[in-house]
Design a protein around this ligand. Structure first.
Ligand code: IPE
Ligand code: IPE
Ligand code: MG
Length: 234
């Protein structure tokens, strides 16, 4: 067995969980509420789940917040999502910073408006020395874009191999991805962590993101603990 692979015996403890937070729109539609309110309730779920991730001792939690394809949505919705992001940083950064959370951004976030970029960079800088759970937020993230950027950098430095590409991915400093969760019943990756998911366990749930609770996260981790990971071996 290669040195980098975890031991197979004993219940597995997930170090790095990623979530495709989907279903805000359907949550709102079911209640005849505006879509924006679904996103607002989605932010509350983010708050709960980040707290839960800390309490459950996850090393890293990666959340898909805005994809490279989400620009295709109406301008008003994109702008709602941007203001929600800003408001979330302003309202929650103190708590997370004090709790030792390290904020990290994956994706080409510099394409956002300057005020968002500035706020995000300030938040990242403020938590950079923290050693608790890493919260990686995917902003203007697309896995294909990430891999293309990483391959370009790797090629500038030398031969392209899986290792040299992996070393240039936005997630290079995170533990290997253990568990990928998608809410809302869709069973696809939507351009999220395609490379990192090579041997991740996947869990698809019908729960809509605004309804996702710490109990759902705990159950997901329990299910993960019962999975048998083989990495191609036997
Ligand atoms: C996920 O909820 C939030 C983002 C993609 C930003 P959606 O807005 O995709 O909700 P549905 O899929 O339409 O229900
Ligand atoms: C994926 O959800 C992106 C995020 C959760 C940020 P989408 O709702 O954009 O995905 P598709 O379009 O249904 O594949
Ligand atoms: Mg969706």
């Amino acid at each position: 067995m290669a040195k980098s692979e975890p031991a197979k015996s004993g219940p597995a403890v997930a170090r790095h969980v990623a979530i495709i937070m989907d279903g805000n729109g359907r949550w709102a539609k079911k209640r005849h509420l505006p879509r924006a309110l679904g996103h607002q309730r989605g932010v509350e779920a983010v708050r709960r789940v980040v707290r839960g991730a800390r309490e459950l001792g996850l090393e890293a939690l990666t959340l898909y917040a805005f994809s490279t394809e989400n620009w295709r949505r109406p301008e008003e919705e994109v702008s709602d999502l941007m203001s929600l992001m800003k408001r979330f940083i302003l309202s929650d950064l103190d708590e997370f910073a004090a709790a030792g959370v390290r904020l990290k951004i994956i994706g080409d976030y510099k394409a956002f408006k300057p005020d968002v970029v500035e706020l995000v960079e300030g938040a990242v800088a403020r938590t950079a020395a923290n050693t608790g759970t890493t919260l990686a937020v995917a902003l203007n993230y697309g896995s294909q874009d990430e891999i293309a950027r990483a391959a370009t950098k790797a090629a500038e430095k030398g031969p392209i191999t899986p290792e040299t590409i992996a070393a240039e991915l936005d997630t290079a400093d995170l533990p290997p991805l253990d568990l990928l969760i998608r809410t809302s019943g869709e069973v696809r990756l939507s351009n999220f962590l395609l490379w990192q998911a090579a041997y991740a366990e996947m869990l698809f749930t019908d729960v809509l993101w605004p309804d996702f609770s710490v109990d759902h996260l705990r159950e997901a981790l329990e299910e993960f603990a019962n999975r048998e990971r083989r990495y191609g071996g036997r």
